[in-house]
Each structure stands twice: as C-alpha cells, then as structure tokens.
Design a binder for this molecule. Structure first.
Ligand code: DXP
Ligand SMILES: NCC(=O)COP(=O)(O)O
Length: 238
C-alpha cells in the first residue's frame, strides 16, 4: 500500500499572509489525519515563509500518523530542529537559499561523504532518512551506499511530461524504482503529483511506499473541500 502524506506548507502560507492563526495549522494537520491522511509533511525553509520552526514543535506534540520533515540539512538550524523533534522520517533536500520551491535532487556521487555523515547523524537519533533524488539509477545506487533508508523520487519531470506522453514520462521513474528495489532502499515520491497524474504513477512504480502531496491537494481542497479531496487522493492510490 502507498501511504499519502499531506504536505501542509500551503496552509502555513495562507496563515502567514495575514498574521494571526487562521487557518490553524495544527488543527488542519489533525483534520487531515481524521480525513484519512496517513502522514503529515512539512518543509520548513530558512526564511520561514510558510512553516515556522515553532510549528514543527507544535505539530510534533499532536501528530499521531507519520511525521515527515523535509528540508536542507546544510542548514545547521534545520539539523537541530529535526534532532530536537525526532520525527518518524526526515527527507533531505539540496535546496539553495531563496529557492521558490525544490527543483533538483542530490548528486549522491559528488556528495557521498557528506551524505554518509549526515545520514548517520539522523539514524543514530532513531529517525528514518530519505534522500530526495532525480530519477537516475546512478543517483539511487549511490544513495544506497550513504546508508539512507529510502529515496524520494523528485516527480516534477513526470508531472510535466505526463501531459505530453505519460509512458515516456514514467519510464525513468520505473527504472529508478527498480534500482531502489535492487539496492534494498525504500521508495517515496513527490512534487507536483495531482489528481490527474497520481494513479498512473502509482500503478507503474513498483514498491512505492509513500507519496507526499501539498500544492495541488490544497488547491483542489478550495473547490472540493479538504475531507473530500483527501478521500479522492486516497482512491487514486487504492
Ligand atoms: C521537496 C519537495 O518536493 C517540495 O515539493 C517541497 O516539500 C515543497 O516545498 P514548497 O512548499 O516550499 O514549494
Ligand atoms: N515532497 C514533496 C511534497 O512534500 C509536496 O510537493 P508538492 O505537492 O507541494 O509539489
């Protein structure tokens, strides 16, 4: 079964746009769980433009499903935040400062030694580690030798390609998924997955353990309601 982890960054974006606490991020996370989400994902960025560091402490107190914190481990503040909260999973993303959103995976060959150290730091604290990578079997194989538990395939290229030629778009992901299986790595995926492209992806990717979805899901919820939307996403994964 593929788990759905709802990324609530965009709820924090909306809250921050006015100050105050509307919408209430913690309540939204609890409601997502009540509506069927099997995990909650947040991606605190150094400028705290959506998720604030304090949000992570607040969410950790209440989340009963799987808590996944994504972010740039080259920021010491991020490492300290994750170690202080001990989520079920940390997803390491090689973001540059000021990026609008994540736009590439790790070069696991070039950063092998650095990744070995940081993966060990989180694993010693009992936190499952996932590395955000492009769908390239070489990057997946080199991820395995860092000691990471999982990789998360960066699905932006799939989402864009799906509209033109879905068979061609999914092919590199299926190959990367096979490489992950052969290397003994668990497999996650995320970025720009939506109600149109999710089912085809999950049907063609062997061993997909978890997808994290935020932007499209929250946009859909504006029209369809949060409970209904989460149920619709879950049906794509059934
Ligand atoms: C790691 C990843 O794929 C991103 O989608 C991220 O979690 C979203 O971050 P933003 O909400 O800041 O665009
Ligand atoms: N890891 C991907 C994620 O959490 C959500 O990405 P998106 O659905 O907001 O593009």
């Amino acid at each position: 079964m593929t788990k759905l982890s709802v990324n609530i960054n965009k709820i924090a974006t909306l809250r921050n746009s006015r100050g105050g606490n509307n919408p209430d991020l913690v309540k939204t996370a609890l409601d997502c769980e009540r509506f069927g989400a099997q995990g909650i994902t947040v991606h605190p960025r150094p400028d705290e433009r959506h998720i604030r560091y304090q949000d992570v402490f607040d969410l950790k107190q209440v989340i009963a499903t799987e808590f996944n914190i994504e972010g740039n481990c080259q920021e010491q503040k991020f490492v300290d935040l994750v170690l202080a909260n001990k989520p079920a999973q940390v997803t390491l993303v090689p973001d540059a400062l000021g990026q609008i959103t994540s736009n590439h995976g790790w070069d696991t060959v070039r950063h092998q030694e650095y990744l070995k150290d940081i993966v060990a730091t989180f694993k010693e604290a009992g936190i499952r580690v996932s590395l955000f990578v492009d769908p390239d079997p070489r990057m997946v194989e080199a991820a395995a030798t860092t000691g990471t538990d999982r990789v998360e395939l960066y699905t932006e290229a799939y989402a864009t390609g799906y509209l033109k030629n879905r068979e061609a778009a999914v092919a590199p992901y299926a190959e990367a998924a096979r490489a992950a299986q052969q290397a003994g790595l668990g497999l996650n995926a995320g970025h720009d997955l939506d109600l149109h492209n999710l089912k085809y992806f999950s049907q063609h990717i062997p061993g997909l353990l978890e997808v994290s979805i935020g932007h499209a899901l929250i946009c859909d919820a504006l029209y369809l309601g949060l409970e209904n939307t989460i149920q619709m996403y879950l049906r794509q994964l059934a």
